[in-house]
Design a protein around this ligand. Structure first.
Ligand code: EVG
Ligand code: ZN
Length: 259
């Protein structure tokens, strides 16, 4: 694709090709816990994931993603801030060049080493992901902050295959994996209306950012950075960072499930 995360094609110039970049419900955002509002009508998150939904792990050039079979309602996210049920589509990570930053959402000015995104689409209202991605309530993405620290063993299953998908466009079978094995113990969350954080930056996402970070070791985080954004046969170019900085909140409020 034409865009990326380097100076010549990164987040600061995405607006030239994708005008939504300057929209009024862009993601990520800087969450300020003193400005969120507890909402007693928010419900606990409810998810049910089928181990066999994940099918392949893909190096898409700007990240690696675990792509799931979303041809039926086998793995879904419900309740929380959502109306209806949202079908699991894919999960992927964002990271930075060092352990000091790499998350997309920040909390009280704190940047985390990485961030997991678990992407779902509103399969009750829309026929497919691409249609849902055009609607204001089409997508629900769970964001999980990743702190540098203890080794993360469920994550190691993912990391072990990254050497087989080093170059952009490569993929390998990846199944029998439970995405919720990557969730923290607490499902406390903040929620707000935002967008995809990569082009085309569509403003169709109900964001659900978990308050409790998970950890990953420095070695595990370093493996993310060893992925290449170049295709096989091209000069090697490491994917050192793929995080978009926080965007203006504009006329939005962040609600909290907890208080
Ligand atoms: N980074 S993200 O989760 O907003 C996303 C999902 C699909 C494209 O971009
Ligand atoms: Zn993402």
């Amino acid at each position: 694709q034409s865009w990326g995360y380097q100076d010549h094609n990164g987040p600061e110039v995405w607006h030239e090709l994708f005008p939504l970049a300057n929209g009024d419900r862009q993601s990520p955002i800087a969450i300020k816990s003193s400005e969120v509002k507890y909402d007693p009508f928010l419900r606990p998150l409810s998810f049910s994931y089928d181990l066999t939904s994940p099918k392949v792990i893909l190096n898409c050039g700007y990240a690696f993603s675990i792509e799931c079979d979303d041809t039926e309602d086998r793995s879904v996210l419900r309740a929380g801030p959502l109306k209806g049920s949202y079908r699991l589509r894919q999960l992927h990570f964002h990271w930075g060049p060092t352990d000091d930053y790499g998350s997309e959402h920040t909390v009280d000015g704190l940047e985390f080493a990485a961030e997991l995104h678990v992407v779902h689409w509103n399969s009750e209202k829309y026929p497919c992901f691409v249609d849902a991605a055009q609607q204001p309530d089409g997508l629900a993405i769970v964001g999980v902050l990743v702190k540098a620290g203890e080794h993360n063993s469920p994550l190691q299953k993912v990391i072990n295959v990254l050497d087989v998908i080093k170059t952009k466009g490569s993929q390998v079978a990846f199944t029998n994996f439970d995405p919720s094995s990557l969730f923290p113990e607490s499902l406390d969350y903040w929620t707000y209306h935002g967008s995809l954080t990569v082009p085309p930056l569509l403003e169709s996402v109900i964001w659900i950012v978990l308050r409790q970070p998970i950890t990953a070791s420095s070695e595990q985080l370093a493996t993310f950075r060893s992925l290449l954004c170049s295709a096989k046969g091209e000069p090697a170019c490491c994917l050192l960072s793929n995080c978009r900085p926080p965007q203006p909140l504009r006329n939005r409020h962040v609600r909290a499930f907890f208080h």
